[in-house]
Design a protein around this ligand. Structure first.
Ligand code: MN
Length: 167
């Protein structure tokens, strides 16, 4: 079930994070919202930046979610800098606007602030064995503007490590 990992990790009577819903492509909100991204500065136990792209949950799915990565050193602003991005659970589209403090003791406890937000254009995806291996997109944010590539790597925890860089 989609967003099940997201929901399992959170208690919505404790956190102000959105419980969220999965948008269908036919949902009028999906058409309006499609193609957004957000980068949230997250002062959790370890400071990191969460990068999220609004897109279908699977390569063949019509359900729209926020694909999410934790970027320990933040998204690269200059060419030639490669950063590790660790894939995390899909988030509901409403999370694109989320800011607040996740209470002590809850999953992801700490302050979340939007660092950058905007639209993006999907330029190319490489799919192998029904799995997205590479994403190429243009960010049209306030801070980040330009073309980026994300590539799944075989390093780190299998299936969750990506590298992200500007091109
Ligand atoms: Mn986070």
């Amino acid at each position: 079930m989609t967003l099940s990992k997201y929901k399992q990790k959170r208690k919505f009577d404790k956190t102000s994070e959105p419980e969220g819903r999965v948008l269908k492509k036919r949902d009028p909100d999906a058409a309006v919202g499609a193609g957004r991204f957000v980068i949230q500065e997250h002062k959790a136990r370890n400071l990191h930046w969460d990068f999220r792209l609004e897109m279908p949950e699977n390569f063949d799915s019509g359900n729209i979610v926020l694909k999410s990565w934790a970027v320990p050193k933040g998204m690269p602003e200059k060419k030639g800098v490669r950063r590790l991005a660790i894939e995390t659970e899909d988030h509901p589209v409403e999370y694109v606007d989320f800011e607040g403090v996740i209470p002590e003791g809850e999953y992801g406890a700490g302050e979340v602030k939007i660092w950058d937000k905007g639209k993006y254009e999907n330029l190319e995806s490489r799919i192998k064995n029904q799995e997205v291996r590479e994403l190429r997109f243009e960010l049209k944010g306030k801070k980040l503007k330009g073309e980026y590539v994300m590539v799944k790597t075989k390093y780190g925890k299998p299936g969750t490590s990506w590298l992200v860089f500007r091109v």
